[in-house]
Design a protein around this ligand. Structure first.
Ligand SMILES: [Zn+2]
Length: 184
């Protein structure tokens, strides 16, 4: 729970809810990783597919977190779908940025992590493993074409603007009602 809640927070939450719904539409069922069979799917990806290791640095860690390869937000519009999920240790779960302060895509992030750890030799092997999980395994991520990716971006951005605007309008409405009725 955020300590200070802004209109942008609610708009970003709405985008994640939309990306969850689209992910579940392709997955064919609900994917609530907090409990039940969906939680077991993450456990399987973590322990069997990635052998209890961080997908980026390869280290074993007790607290491996859910990481969305294509970021699950307005910078990359990744879906909440098993094929977009890998285990990550907390330091690697902080997406690196380029010199223009934009978030890197997962392949560049992986390369950066390997470089930081002096472990560039492992880059291609880890990339291959992630790609195989994402595109070939039982959790295959949907193969979205350009038009579908564009549609997701347009709808997500429209949702963001609408929710933010509604939230900003709410105070104005309160002020008008307050002066019209409450303080009469
Ligand atoms: Zn790591």
């Amino acid at each position: 729970m955020a300590v200070y809640n802004t209109s942008s927070d609610s708009a970003n939450t709405a985008i994640r809810a939309f990306l969850t719904k689209v992910g579940e539409y392709y997955w064919g069922k609900s994917f609530n990783t907090a409990s039940g069979s969906s939680k077991k799917i993450f456990e399987h990806i973590k322990n069997e597919v990635f052998q209890g290791r961080c997908a980026y640095c390869g280290k074993q860690a007790n607290k491996l977190q859910i990481e969305h390869l294509i970021m699950f937000n307005r910078s990359q519009y990744g879906l909440h779908h098993p094929g977009n999920i890998v285990p990550s240790c907390p330091p690697c779960n902080k997406r690196r940025k380029n010199s223009a302060k934009e978030y890197l895509d997962w392949e560049d992030h992986l390369e950066q992590v390997c470089r930081e750890n002096g472990d560039l030799d492992s880059f291609f092997e880890r990339k291959k493993k992630i790609k195989s999980h994402m595109h070939q395994g039982k959790y295959k991520y949907p193969d979205l074409n350009e038009a579908e990716q564009h549609a997701i971006r347009v709808i997500a951005n429209s949702l963001y603007d609408n929710i933010k605007m509604e939230n900003d309008k709410a105070l104005k409405m309160y002020q008008e009602l307050d002066s019209a009725f409450v303080k009469r």
